[in-house]
Design a protein around this ligand. Structure first.
Ligand code: FAD
Ligand code: NAP
Ligand code: SF4
Length: 673
């Protein structure tokens, strides 16, 4: 008996059945536009279908040229475009799942000069001003949606999802924020929702009754002049009448300044919104956003907040998610940690999406770990992300792996990252790798620093060095004081930190430390506290679900964050998450200083120069977050042992190291060793 009975319960849609309540949410992978990408996409989806997903929704496909998100984005408007979609639908059906194609018209989010919107109102997140749609263009677009859906049916899809949320075209029509029209498609609410209703009716007329139509309804806009709860309910009811089969939840416009999917968002933080609609509507409703474990998914379904759950990134992290849940092996699930580093950040840089914790995602035909015909005895030095990943994948191939770790726990610097408030999910990656190390019977030796004498005592064929990095030290006058400490000492609780603190270095770790030291609480994931912090009103009294005022918490310390560069602080942070880190520092009232030269530390504080002018920061503690250097102290003696040696992760290159590179390098070496 599975511990997740609600998650695994089939859903009867009348004309068709879904095998369980799991919807794999829409994700643009970048394969859609690559040469030969649909074959790779078919493998990607098939693994998820074989892994147990009930219903897959594809990445957004435009119904016409001007609705594309980017100039080269995928579109389904002509019969000759159907063939490549058949490769995908066939593969998914062979895997036992159903698949719907998402139709997405970007509206003013289109990243090209041909974008259209209800009115000529530029979005704050795109450089292009859209043209206001003429009535002819509106009618043409409705027809294009219907044509696209009909072609999707011909391509073998089980249905379509109409993207009506996240601030895309349909959402732009629904809200006065962008819709300033005075014709039949603007003004009153009835006029503003005319477009989505006509689109759904036109699609239903073209595809007949036995075809799934999902509507992604923006249930909480999280922007000024968004919809009120009453309007969302009214639209939901009208959509039911118009013939939708399922209503999926949309949370927040892309331009909203409230995090909706980042790791610092508490798990299942928006299920309450779907629950509000559940009381009013009768078609199945899908809950979304930061649902990343079978436990939270089951809880949402069992408590009646929704009929299905949508998870997208968790299926990049682990295609076998559902099967593992069904086998009561949730400990073996590779959990999405909500970092966005390899998925959304890649998409926004026009790179193929993948996953920090699973480098195989979207590389299913390129990264594999087949059994080796010549097993080797491999010694691995260091159980950080690079060493753990290598050990697991090499052992999966049949090599005999011994993993040496100097400390009493695996995880390397992830043990520090997980202490940052809002980064608790990093625990899950450590748990996953621990589970896999045991599963593949890796010989794990904790509290065992590897050195030349250990290597001489045991017969190994090759050595993999994954000893990571050491924090950079700064040798300046007064920096030998016990009040000048490293970020590692702070996070490990080895030193006292005063009330006035200067942080030297404003990279990812400097920002994280500022957050850590500015917070009163060690965790920020308590939902009510988090809603207050970001100004979300769960009573939904105001339009968009915004509270009258966000209530940031009083900072725990007076903090200064410093860098030598003159550029804006935090420029190198993740594309989709950097703004959140910057906002948190504003909430903590951190003083940001750039163009700084460091002079000395004494009883008065930290002496610096900015534009050659001396300044004194009256701080009692200085925390050095000035990057790292490769941990190579033992390399010369290891080299003398004469074993073939490979370097991965931080010990290979310390600059711009992140866990994405560390894990990927481990996987790539395991593939070829
Ligand atoms: P490490 O994690 O440094 O692991 C090296 C391991 O080798 C350690 O366990 C060490 O004890 C062991 N070792 C060293 N010498 C020996 C020896 N002689 N014998 C045996 N074992 C030895 N990255 C991201 O991508 N995203 C983030 O959001 C992020 N946040 C971070 C937040 C903080 C506060 C910190 C400190 C880091 C963060 N990082 C983040 C960086 C990320 O943790 C590193 O990039 C990653 O851990 C590097 O992996 P690694 O395996 O190369 O090295
Ligand atoms: P980093 O990003 O390289 O930043 C180092 C900082 O130290 C910079 O601000 C640099 O700025 C300063 N610095 C470098 N050398 C210095 C010197 N000699 N004296 C004084 N200041 C110096 O490194 P990090 O912050 O340690 O992060 C390490 C890696 O972890 C990063 O590459 C990052 O990818 C990863 N990480 C990611 C996240 C995330 O949220 N994605 C979070 C944490 C960590 P100046 O040179 O201008 O002074
Ligand atoms: Fe999740 Fe990060 Fe992987 Fe994206 S890259 S799927 S956010 S773990």
């Amino acid at each position: 008996m599975s511990g997740f009975p609600h998650l695994l319960e089939p859903l009867d849609l009348g004309f068709t059945q879904l095998r369980n309540r799991v919807l794999m949410g829409s994700m643009h992978t970048g394969l859609e536009e690559e040469k030969g990408g649909f074959e790779k996409l078919a493998h990607f989806y098939k693994e998820r279908a074989l892994g147990g997903v009930g219903l897959i929704v594809t990445g957004g496909i435009a119904p016409n040229f001007r609705g594309r998100l980017a100039p080269n984005a995928c579109q389904l408007s002509f019969p000759w475009q159907v063939g490549k979609h058949k490769i995908v639908t066939r593969a998914v059906h062979e895997g036992g799942a159903k698949i719907c194609m998402q139709i997405l018209h970007a509206g003013r989010y289109g990243y090209h000069p041909f974008s259209l919107a209800p009115s000529k109102v530029k979005s704050p997140i795109t450089p292009f001003t859209p043209s206001a749609m003429s009535l002819r263009q509106i009618r043409g677009t409705i027809k294009d949606y219907a044509t696209s859906a009909e072609l999707a049916k011909r391509a073998g899809y089980d249905g379509v999802e109409v993207m009506g949320s996240e601030g895309y075209l349909i959402n732009q029509f629904i809200c006065e924020r962008v819709n300033q029209r005075s014709d039949d498609y603007g003004g009153s609410f009835a006029n503003r929702i005319r477009l989505p209703l006509e689109i759904v009716r036109a699609i239903r007329a073209k595809v007949g009754p036995e075809f799934i139509i999902i509507f992604r309804l923006s249930m909480l806009d999280l922007v000024d002049k968004g919809s009120s709860l009453e309007e969302v309910i009214e639209l939901g009811k009208a959509l039911e009448q118009a013939g939708v089969t399922i209503i999926n939840t949309g949370i927040g416009w892309h331009e909203a300044r409230i995090p909706t999917i980042a790791t610092s968002v508490p798990r299942g933080a928006f299920a309450w919104v779907t629950e509000r609609l559940k009381k009013e509507l009768s078609v199945p409703l899908v809950a979304t956003n930061r649902i990343n474990t079978p436990e939270i998914a089951e809880q949402i379904l069992a408590s009646g907040q929704a009929d299905m759950v949508s998870m997208a990134r968790p299926f990049l992290a682990d295609p076998e998610f559902v099967n593992k849940a069904a086998a009561n092996q949730s400990e073996a699930i590779n959990t999405c940690i909500g970092c966005n580093q390899a998925c959304l950040d890649h998409t926004f840089s026009l790179k193929r999406a993948t996953c920090l914790v699973n480098p195989r995602a979207c590389y299913e035909t390129e990264i594999n770990f087949p059994k080796t015909e010549s097993p080797k005895r491999l010694a691995v030095m260091g159980a950080g992300p690079a060493g753990m990943a290598f050990a697991v994948y090499a052992a999966e191939r049949g090599h005999k792996v011994t993993l040496f770790e100097a400390r009493d726990e695996v995880g390397g610097q992830f043990n520090l990252a997980r202490k940052i408030p809002g980064k608790e999910e990093f625990n899950e990656t450590i748990r996953y790798f621990k589970n896999r190390l045991a599963h593949f019977k890796v010989d794990l030796r904790l509290n065992t620093p590897l050195n030349a004498s250990v290597l001489r005592d045991e017969p190994f064929d090759e050595l993999v060095v994954a000893s990571g990095v050491v924090p950079r030290e700064l040798n300046l006058p007064g920096f030998d004081s016990p009040k000048v400490v490293s970020y590692q000492q702070v996070l490990r609780g080895e030193v006292e930190v005063g009330q006035r603190v200067a942080l030297i270095g404003a990279g990812g770790i400097g920002f994280d430390l500022a957050h850590f030291l500015g917070e009163q609480e060690s965790s920020t994931l308590e939902p009510e506290r988090w809603y207050r912090q970001w100004g979300i009103d769960t009573s939904y009294a105001e339009r968009g679900g915004l509270a009258k005022q966000a209530q940031a918490h009083a900072p725990a310390r007076e903090l200064y964050l410093l860098q030598r560069k003159k550029s804006k602080l935090g420029k190198g942070l993740g594309k989709t998450t950097g703004w959140i880190h910057r906002m948190v520092l504003k909430q903590h009232k951190v003083t940001e200083l750039r163009g700084v030269s460091y002079e000395r530390f004494d009883d008065q504080g930290l002496h610096i120069l900015i534009d050659d002018k001396p300044q004194l920061l009256p701080v009692d503690t200085v925390v050095i977050c000035a990057g790292q250097e490769s941990n190579r102290a033992l390399l010369p003696e290891l080299e003398e042992c004469g074993l073939p040696m490979h370097l991965i992760g931080g010990v290979d290159v310390a600059a711009e190291l992140d866990a994405k590179r560390a894990i990927r390098q481990g996987a790539e070496l395991a593939m070829r060793i």
